[in-house]
Ligand binder design. Structure first.
Ligand code: PNS
Length: 166
């Protein structure tokens, strides 16, 4: 039987920390869907379509990985696509508290299991929020994000210089 998992997130924008989790997730399953979801508690800088496009470029060299927008509930998306496992990276105890609540809720809703992968130490302090802030204030974030994100952030800075600094 095909083992299919999802790596869901906001990916606003995708970082090397995310890509490390995605890469390591592929070793655990046959197919990995990277799911771009709406986090009700966050204001997104990039549209879902833009985030999907950036991710598609960043994972193009990874076999068995596809990218899709989660257009409703994560567990419904998983049910429709016969995805049996959620894979999430965890950077810290704070992440774990937040992720644990979602994992338990998702399991209560449909029985789907979540597997946590500890973030590699070299990316443990990287977050999309910090990337947006540093980029909007003119800092160099090239070591933390793929080239496609560098280009997208540069374009945003040119058209809207104050965006992201929040
Ligand atoms: O990168 P994030 O912001 O931690 O990702 C959170 C995300 C997008 C995975 C989560 O908000 C989600 O699953 N959204 C889809 C809607 C949903 O199912 N919400 C209920 C979660 S218990």
């Amino acid at each position: 039987m095909m083992r299919r998992a999802i790596c869901p997130g906001s990916f606003d924008p995708v970082t090397h920390g995310h890509l490390d989790i995605i890469r390591r997730g592929t070793a655990l399953v046959d197919e990995l869907v990277v799911g771009v979801g709406v986090n009700g508690g966050k204001h997104a800088m990039f549209s879902a379509a833009e985030r999907v496009a950036m991710l598609s470029d960043a994972v193009a060299d990874l076999p068995g990985v596809t990218v899709a927008e989660i257009d409703g509930l994560l567990v419904e998306f998983c049910r429709c696509r016969e995805i049996g496992t959620i894979i999430k990276g965890v950077r810290s105890g704070t992440d774990l508290d937040y992720e644990m609540q979602m994992a338990q809720m998702n399991r209560q809703l449909t029985g789907i299991e979540t597997v946590f992968l500890p973030t590699a130490a070299e990316w443990a302090f990287v977050s999309s929020t910090l990337i947006r802030e540093i980029s909007s204030l003119g800092g160099d974030i090239s070591q933390f994000v793929p080239d496609v994100v560098m280009r997208a952030l540069a374009q945003r800075r040119a058209t809207n210089p104050t965006e992201g600094a929040r």
